[in-house]
Design a protein around this ligand. Structure first.
Ligand code: FAD
Length: 272
């Protein structure tokens, strides 16, 4: 439970963070520390250096941006939950931020850390996938945009390069129907299974939490909806293309059955 030795540097700009990443291949960014430090204590990761970006206050914001909402990557869950802009324009983000862990986690954890960590059991990656978010990465060559569909290529892997900082997340305005169904054994637990549904373009985008190696869109459900299926019929396809884990919280079979129930509930709420 004691991390391996590491160096520490606090940076005041994104450019300094990028330079520090380039100077040491074993270095990692530290934002809220609520995923990285537990991993370090278990020695799953042993960075040679932590580059602390936790005080880059310029990257903590939520504001309306044309047809969407721009969210700074260092915005903490607590501030997302409290944001009037999000509550009005993309309420699923504010609501789900309020369902992550406990108050201590929500006061430290950042949306950017959650995305970069790419935990398939994480709530926010799944929600951002359903929203079709755009991720802005800043690296030595400047900024580039990454589409939601490309952001989570594998287990605990994001599309960010080793010398890039995730700086902004852009989501479309979606004040209409939405739902996040998070099934937990106890209050404040991680999702055994989660389902995000957002009404868009006359249908719904649906994504799944903890149903495979990555957060994923429920392609079969979306196809059924596009073909005119009702929520109950579409929900029967919830586990298509998934590979749910089996653990002490539930078997593969249990999660598949649960996903169908949660997708139906999510669609009924989002499309009501
Ligand atoms: C007790 C507990 C309960 C929790 N419950 C839940 C839950 O119910 N649901 C849930 O979704 N999550 C849960 N979490 C995880 C929590 O959401 C984490 O805070 C979040 O996943 C990571 O955000 P962070 O800012 O703490 O990132 P950190 O731990 O600082 O970093 C995580 C990873 O992302 C990288 N990183 C961070 N910021 C950036 C950036 N801007 N650009 C590039 N890379 C970056 C880091 O280098 C590191 O690899 C829980 C955590 C704890 C400790």
């Amino acid at each position: 439970m004691i991390p391996a030795a590491f160096d520490y540097e606090r940076v005041d700009t994104v450019d300094a963070a990028i330079a520090a990443l380039r100077a040491d291949e074993g270095a990692k960014l530290l934002a809220g520390g609520h995923s990285l430090l537990p991993q370090m204590k278990l020695r799953f990761v042993m960075p040679t250096k932590l580059i602390d970006i936790g005080r880059l206050h310029d990257l903590s914001y939520v504001h309306e941006d044309g047809g969407g909402v721009a969210i700074g990557a260092l915005t903490r869950y607590h501030d997302l939950e409290a944001s009037e802009t999000l509550r009005q324009l993309a309420p699923i983000v504010a609501s789900v931020a309020g369902q992550v862990g406990d108050p201590q986690v929500r006061h430290m954890g950042t949306i950017g850390g959650s995305v970069a960590h790419a935990d398939p059991a994480g709530d926010m990656p799944s929600v951002l996938l359903a929203l079709g978010a755009t991720f802005v990465a800043t690296g030595p060559g400047g900024m580039r945009e990454i589409a939601a569909a490309d952001m989570f290529p594998g287990l605990f892997q994001s599309a960010l390069a080793g010398d890039e900082v995730l700086t902004e997340i852009r989501v479309p305005k979606t004040p209409g129907g939405w739902s996040y169904q998070k099934f937990t054994r106890r209050a404040q637990d991680w999702a055994v299974v989660g389902v995000a549904a957002v009404r868009m373009n006359g249908s719904a985008n649906v994504s799944l939490t903890n149903m495979g190696l990555t957060p994923m869109r429920a392609a079969g459900v979306e196809e059924a909806l596009a073909g005119g299926a009702d929520p109950a019929t579409a929900a029967e396809r919830a586990d298509e293309g998934t590979a749910p884990p089996s653990d002490s919280f539930g078997s593969d079979e249990y999660r598949r059955a649960l996903a169908k129930v949660l997708v139906r509930r999510a669609l009924e709420e989002a499309l009501a």
